[in-house]
Design a protein around this ligand. Structure first.
Ligand code: PEP
Ligand code: MG
Length: 571
């Protein structure tokens, strides 16, 4: 058997080896037929809708148990479609009007609605187009009685190979799947998020090369590099097995030492924090021994509600997080809305380029009444712990001063109402190249700066972070991005304030040495990678790291940086 090497997008890290199993979508053959008894067709449709609801509710429950409420919530959109008059109601009306069979009408309405949604600019609606296709496929299988793909064909150790995977597919994976490989999808696709939550490697975006993989082929995956090897030589297979064993042993060792603070080999303290997206993530952060929270994305409070969250609702949430971390720092980021995060009740204007638009701090400063509710809630919560308030998408000094003025106003209002407030640190995210370039001036206004490499990368490299077509260009280790990191760290050091990083790059264990060499003192990441990053910090010699960082800053491309760090003894 010939060995094949295929390159895709590394969407969830990890090394694994297993046998390929194709997840083939079954598409029933649909024929257009005339019917006389339309009531009977509508009854058939209703029975399928009821069965679909039952199946989806079960999937929701399995997903909730395995991956948590947030991932399970994806299925709420599916259930809502099955209640939607614009979808199911439209099918019923059309069966009556045109007297055609339910299967044909279901296919027609699903196609029309999903195409309409996919054509909208709004990322949220685009994602709903995939959801409706998923629901439509389920209904068609039920209406035709065709059996769907049988998930029991997957065994522990299987590597799932598919054109595309949607949440209702991944929810059916049995325990012990070794990895997933798909033709479509990017790092931010649902499948990628699910893979990271399940802790299995994923390589997505393989395009047509995926057809070179056959059922039963032995596959080695590197979810970090985005590479797969099909039918490796016995030597390569043996080497991969050894590397997997070592990786496992290192992970266990790192977890055993995770509750010790991380110091470099020469004694510099590097703080390792967790990024959290909601209260549900607090326990995982504590379990992985986070030394604080480096980024609490408060968007969920707004996105999960159908109204602007009240001061009281917000206060309760912030208080709970602060209580959980005692005197450890908790960085709470103020509302980062706009861009790809839409709020239906906010009535945000349509924008040609939402990522370059009216988002985050820009929106908050333009809507002080909304912003002040959050600032008041934060100030009230500040007495419960060590609160650091962080402003997203800052681009100039005036924005910081305006936000600080509003904060002072809120503090005075609360004081005149007899409400006690505590000390807070004020900081900014550096995620726009302009902010990094004038970091020396911004640093004078704040207590800390945290680099958001997810946005900083997309703005520096002009590569949309969610677009699979430019995913090959989007890499935070590009020397241009690293140069902006260095500038920010230098500015922070001169002002004697903390320079941290909370973008995904902070949690890339291969880059720990370089990040320390660039001058970062705090790294914040998904909780799962904390033990490994702490372990890597312990191997770093700061002087040596500085030399390594200087060297990568001179390199020509992200690939060159990646190759260099992969061969470095501490990676
Ligand atoms: C970032 O941009 O790096 C960041 C941490 O913020 P978000 O991913 O929420 O935009
Ligand atoms: Mg950002």
């Amino acid at each position: 058997m010939t060995t094949k090497h295929i390159k895709g997008v590394g969407a969830a890290p990890g090394l694994s080896i297993g046998h390929a199993v194709w997840w083939r979508k079954v598409s029933p053959h649909v024929e257009e037929q005339s019917v006389t008894d339309t009531d009977e067709e509508i009854k058939r449709l209703a029975a399928s809708v009821a069965e679909a609801k039952e199946q989806i509710t079960q999937l929701r429950e399995t997903t909730r148990k395995r991956m948590g409420e947030e991932e399970a919530g994806i299925f709420d959109a599916h259930l809502a479609f099955l209640e939607d008059p614009a979808y199911i109601g439209e099918m019923e009306n059309r069966i009556r009007d045109v007297k055609k069979n339910a299967t044909f009408i279901c296919q027609q309405v699903t196609e029309e609605l999903s195409q309409m949604m996919a054509s909208l600019e709004d990322e949220y609606m685009k994602a709903r187009a995939d959801d409706i296709r998923d629901v439509g496929e389920r209904l068609l299988l039920l209406l035709t009685g065709v059996k769907p793909f049988d998930p029991s064909l997957l065994q522990p150790g299987s590597i799932v190979v598919a054109k595309e995977l949607v949440p209702s597919d991944t929810a059916q994976f049995p325990k012990g799947i070794a990895g997933m490989v798909t033709a479509r999808g990017s790092k931010t696709a649902h499948a990628a998020i699910m893979a990271r939550t399940l802790g299995i490697p994923a390589v997505l975006g393989l395009s047509d090369s995926i057809e070179e993989i056959r059922n039963g082929d032995t596959v080695i995956m590197n979810g970090h590099e985005g590479t797969i090897t099909v039918n490796p030589s016995p030597e390569a297979e043996e080497k991969a097995r050894l590397a997997i064993q070592q990786q496992q042993a290192l992970r266990e060792e790192a977890l055993g030492k995770a509750d010790q603070d991380a110091f470099t080999a020469n004694g510099d303290r590097i703080q390792v924090f967790a990024n959290i997206g909601s209260l549900k993530d607090v326990q995982t952060a504590l379990d992985h021994k986070a030394e604080g929270v480096g980024l609490f994305r408060t968007e969920f409070l707004y996105l999960e509600n159908d109204h602007w969250p009240t001061e009281e609702e917000q206060y309760e949430t912030y208080k709970k997080v602060l209580d959980s971390f005692g005197d450890k720092p908790v960085v709470i980021r103020t509302l980062d809305i706009g861009g790809d995060k839409d709020l239906p009740y906010a009535d945000l204007p349509e924008e040609e380029n939402p990522f370059l638009g009216h988002r985050a701090i820009r929106f908050c400063l333009a809507n002080p009444d909304i912003f002040k509710v959050q600032l008041r809630a934060l100030l009230r919560a500040s007495i419960h712990g060590n609160l650091w308030i962080m402003l997203p998408m800052v681009e100039n000094v005036a924005e910081i001063r305006k936000a600080k003025d509003l904060l002072t106003q809120c503090r005075q209002e609360l004081s005149s109402e007899g409400v006690t407030t505590g000390e807070v640190q004020i900081g900014i995210m550096v995620e726009i190249p302009a902010a990094a370039l004038i970091a020396d001036r911004l640093a004078k206004e704040v207590d800390f700066m945290s680099i958001g490499t997810n946005d900083l990368t997309q703005y520096t490299l002009a590569a949309d972070r969610g677009n699979e077509h430019v995913a090959h260009l989007y890499d935070p280790v590009h020397p241009a991005v690293l140069q902006l990191v260095r500038l920010t760290c230098d500015a922070a050091r001169k002002e004697g304030i903390v320079a941290g990083m909370c973008g995904e790059l902070a949690g890339d264990p291969e880059m720990t040495e370089i990040l320390i060499g660039l001058g970062l003192q705090e790294l914040s990441m998904s909780a799962g990678t904390i033990p490994e990053v702490k372990e890597n910090i312990r191997k770093v010699q700061s002087d040596q790291a500085r030399i390594q960082a200087d060297r990568v800053l001179e390199m020509e491309s992200a690939e060159e940086v990646r190759q260099w760090v992969a061969n470095s003894p501490t990676s």
